[in-house]
Design a protein around this ligand. Structure first.
Ligand code: NAP
Length: 170
């Protein structure tokens, strides 16, 4: 089963501030929801808590939360205490061909450091933002890339962005 990261990053690799997303890009949010639909999603405890209550757990996908707290509970979600257990749980979903790691910063970093990631769906927002949470620096020459969306800013989506799929070179 493929292990994929899905993330939106600014030009300076910012992904969040004060445990929230910084930008409002409904077109990218729709891409995220459509792409992860019916697939297991793995997330850090902080990312889970940053999702507005009415949208969590994310519908029609197995939600897996990683925390060191072994009494943590969240309705409708699986809770695990290690990266390894998150993958074990995700792989129990036999219909899924792809597992999505949906952040936040600590969780992306851990999966990349441990060399667990086969694919990344990165929304590159063509602006610089101030923030407190960052996506790790990536050596893009180790990844083959394919741009699938090129958006020019409009009223509803006020930043230029590109969505690029990166597959790890073997
Ligand atoms: N731009 C994007 O695409 C995107 C996507 C997702 C999130 N975000 C943003 O990212 C920010 C949140 O990221 P974050 O880095 O602060 O937090 P995070 O990665 O979502 O969660 C961190 C938490 O995960 C648990 N954890 C981390 N490593 C662990 C390990 N090895 N074993 C067990 N548990 C582990 C810990 O939970 P406990 O403290 O409970 O032990 C830790 O506090 C928010 O601003 C959010 O909006 C942006």
């Amino acid at each position: 089963m493929k292990i994929s990261i899905i993330v939106a990053i600014s030009k300076n690799n910012v992904i969040g501030k004060d445990n929230q997303l910084i930008w409002n890009l409904p077109k990218d949010m729709k891409f995220f929801m459509d792409t992860t639909l019916n697939h297991p999603v793995i997330m850090g405890r902080k990312n889970f808590e940053s999702i507005p209550e009415k949208y969590r757990p994310l519908k029609n996908r197995t939600n897996i939360i990683i925390t060191k707290n072994n009494t943590y509970k969240a309705d409708g979600c699986l809770v695990v205490n290690t990266i390894e257990d998150s993958l074990t749980k995700a792989k129990e979903d036999k219909t899924a061909k792809e597992i999505f790691v949906i952040g936040g910063g600590q969780i992306y970093r851990k999966f990349l450091e441990e060399n667990l990631v086969d694919r990344m769906y990165i929304t590159h927002i063509d602006e610089t933002f101030e923030g407190d949470t960052f996506f790790p620096e990536i050596d893009y020459k180790n990844w083959s890339s394919n741009e699938i969306i090129n958006h020019k800013k409009d009223i509803k989506n006020p930043h230029d962005f590109r969505v690029v799929v990166y597959n790890k070179k073997s």
